[in-house]
Design a binder for this molecule. Structure first.
Ligand SMILES: [Zn+2]
Length: 160
């Protein structure tokens, strides 16, 4: 079982039972849930945690590098639905996997991880000379590449 207390400790975050429950729920899913979706999951475990606590905790996780936050995309179908939470957060989505990995964002706003083998191929096949030229022409140094594929679900293909 994951040692959440040690993980929080390393990030300087006090471990409370509520935070631990929320973190475990987020780490157990790859669905990149919104705060409200995660709140429903946590409630199903019998925990009484307010939606405000879930929002605040997710923000604390994001600040401490324990989670990534994805802002809603323009036209995200779920963006207008969940306005009840903390001001301005809309339907942000969260991921406890903070490693660099490619995402597919569907037209319904849902986010899925690109399967690991395809993710690795995608990153491996990025042309290095192209990155070199971008660095040269723009006078920048590329430290990491973040890939977000945007499209729609076709219903074809295997689940992963
Ligand atoms: Zn992810």
């Amino acid at each position: 079982m994951m040692d959440v207390r040690a993980l929080f400790d390393r990030r300087g975050l006090r471990c409370t039972r509520q935070r631990e429950r929320i973190y475990r729920a987020l780490a157990a899913t790859t669905s990149h849930p919104t705060a409200e979706e995660l709140h429903r999951v946590v409630q199903r475990t019998g925990a009484r945690i307010s939606i405000a606590t879930v929002y605040n905790t997710l923000e604390a996780f994001t600040r401490r590098g324990l989670a990534r936050r994805f802002s809603p995309m323009p036209g995200d179908a779920s963006a207008g639905v969940e306005r009840g939470g903390a001001a301005g957060l809309g339907a942000c989505r969260y991921d406890a996997d903070t490693s660099e990995h490619a995402h597919f964002v569907g037209d319904d706003g849902r986010i899925r991880d690109v399967p690991g083998d395809l993710d690795r191929r995608l990153m491996a096949e990025l042309p290095r000379d192209l990155i070199d030229e971008i660095e040269r022409r723009m006078g920048v140094q590329v430290e990491r590449v973040s890939v977000k594929l945007v499209g729609r679900q076709t219903g074809r293909g295997s689940a992963c």
